[in-house]
Design a protein around this ligand. Structure first.
Ligand code: ATP
Length: 510
């Protein structure tokens, strides 16, 4: 039987230390994966790129690092305790199934956001059964997605956060005052979130512990159409799925939606999005994706349907990536109005308003929420290259800025003079801040294969000629071509590919 793309990507990922199941030697725990040494490097590089673009190169974005366990009143106020649930039903054998997903997969109709009674009616009418054992399904109920625990001797109830965002709202006043931040400003956080997903699946696409990179942009509600990045981002094209396109597809029972191409400027001026800030956030993400090896045509923004959107939202726009098992949300973009700060003002009885020249204002919030794990899977899938006639192994065409190493240094033969020359070059590269790997074991072809499999863009080989004329060859992962260079030039040649500074323009000072 041929393997699915997901299986192929996972096979290489497991073999090469990109990912593996948590506690694998004990049979694992569904919905939990660890990143191995190679995966951790890719993950760190992704985080570094994100932080550079969205935090460090912006004058008005501050990064915080909050705890993952938060006391119960936080989630009472945020609404998570009551509403952060998924519809589920059990069979007589106790298997629990997420019902909206089951309906979407089996019947190919949208089901997210429907009420439990509506979902149950569909289950009965279409005679859907337990996907594990085929038994009839019971009543559809709401399954709470948060992991709860109790803290200290007094056993105060607490929950692992289901998103990084809440810490940002809780610390809003502290950050604003400490940094003397003026609207508009952003607070960013990179960290872990936890959701007790009913059906974790597709490796790291749906897991129970995952990384998020989120920013809450706090904006004066009267200045939502004055984003300082607009001029820079206005021409960027967006693939966009309107709500009308989704209604049309539903009427025609189509399984996919038609997208249109509009610029950031049009998205704002023709009111596809609620404000200029949202248009810029989408354009900013398209620019960022240029670094990730996912082609433009494989990403789109979908305007979420009303039933998928919370009542307080002024518009949610998911960035979806086309994967081998369908379009998947990788970033959630939400215009949350003043809901979060207002809810926490009510819950905590603390004043979280902003002093705008003597007037008390509750800033409005725009939130881009990136899932790290899902994004990494999307990158792996889109950069995966199966073996072909010219190359007898599978490999990843990772962009150099995400690759786990800048290059690998290889002595061609197992001879001490070659190894000595190669280790010197390796040390010089490391001394210059390059992340290089040294690999001396096995046939050279096998070593190229190992490097390709983890997406290393360049392999430098020291051969007998190197001892005579102080040159070495560089083999380029993407083409297999080789060129010869003076060894003294090698570190610079490895560095060049990493120059991505032009992608990062400083935003104008607010
Ligand atoms: P879904 O509808 O797929 O469950 P969501 O709408 O609940 O996702 P958000 O709450 O918007 O997701 O979270 C923001 C991002 O966090 C998502 O776009 C995704 O990349 C990531 N994310 C959310 N849940 C998971 C999960 N269980 N596993 C991996 N990543 C996740």
């Amino acid at each position: 039987m041929t393997k699915s793309l997901l299986e192929e990507v996972m096979t290489v990922s497991l073999r090469r230390g990109i990912l593996y199941p948590t506690a694998e030697i004990y049979g694992g725990l569904a919905g939990f994966y660890d990143f191995g040494p190679i995966g951790t490097r890719i993950r760190n590089n992704l985080i570094r790129l994100w932080r550079t673009r969205f935090v460090e190169n912006r004058d008005n974005v501050f990064e915080v690092s909050g705890n993952t366990l938060l006391p119960s009143p936080v989630f009472e106020a945020s609404g998570h305790l009551d509403h952060f649930t998924d519809p589920s039903a059990s069979c007589s054998k106790g298997h629990i199934t997420r019902i909206d997903q089951l309906i979407e997969e089996r019947l190919k109709i949208p089901a997210e956001g429907k009420r439990n009674d509506e979902l149950e009616a569909i289950v009965r009418e279409k005679k859907l059964r337990c996907p594990v054992c085929g038994d009839p399904l019971g009543e559809v109920t709401s399954f709470g997605l948060m992991f709860g625990t109790s803290v200290g001797g007094e056993r105060r109830q607490a929950f692992l956060r289901p998103e990084t965002a809440q810490n940002i709202f809780l610390g809003f006043k502290r950050v604003q005052t400490a940094m003397r931040a003026k609207l508009p400003f952003g607070v960013a956080q990179i960290g872990r979130s936890y959701r007790n997903e009913i059906s974790p699946r597709q490796s790291i696409v749906r897991v129970r512990e995952f990384g998020q990179m989120e920013i809450e942009y706090f904006v004066d509600p009267d200045q939502l159409d004055e984003c300082p990045l607009f001029e820079e981002l206005a021409p960027i094209p967006l693939n966009f799925v309107t709500r009308e396109a989704q209604e049309k597809a539903a009427k025609q029972s189509a399984t996919d939606f038609t997208s249109i191409q509009i610029s950031v400027q049009e998205a704002f001026e023709k009111k596809y999005v609620p404000n200029q800030w949202m248009a810029c956030i989408l354009g900013d993400e398209v620019e960022f994706f240029k670094l990730l090896g996912i082609p433009d045509q494989a990403i789109r923004f979908r305007h979420m349907r009303p039933e998928e959107t919370p009542h307080y939202s002024g518009g949610n726009f998911d960035l979806e990536v086309n994967l081998s098992f369908g379009w998947k949300e990788v970033i959630g973009n939400a215009y949350r109005r003043d809901h979060d700060l207002k809810s926490h003002m009510k819950g905590s009885q603390k004043d979280l308003s902003y002093d705008l020249e003597g007037a008390k204002v509750i800033p409005h919030v725009l939130e881009p929420s990136f899932g790290i794990d899902r994004l990494i899977y999307a990158i792996l899938e889109h950069t995966y290259r199966p073996q072909d006639k010219t190359r007898g192994w599978n490999w990843f065409q990772l962009p150099p800025q995400l690759a786990p190493y800048h290059g690998v240094v290889l002595p061609l033969l197992n001879r001490s003079e070659l190894e000595e020359r190669a280790t010197t070059l390796y040390s010089v590269c490391r001394g210059q801040g390059l992340d290089v790997l040294y690999d001396a074991s096995g046939r050279i072809g096998r070593r190229y294969a190992r490097a390709d499999e983890i997406g290393i863009p360049k392999a430098v080989t020291i051969d007998p000629q190197s001892l005579e004329d102080q040159t070495a060859t560089i083999r380029y992962r993407d083409t297999g071509d080789q060129t010869r260079h003076l060894i003294s030039e090698i570190p610079n040649l490895l560095k060049l590919q990493h120059d991505f500074s032009s992608f990062f323009r400083l935003s104008p000072k607010p």
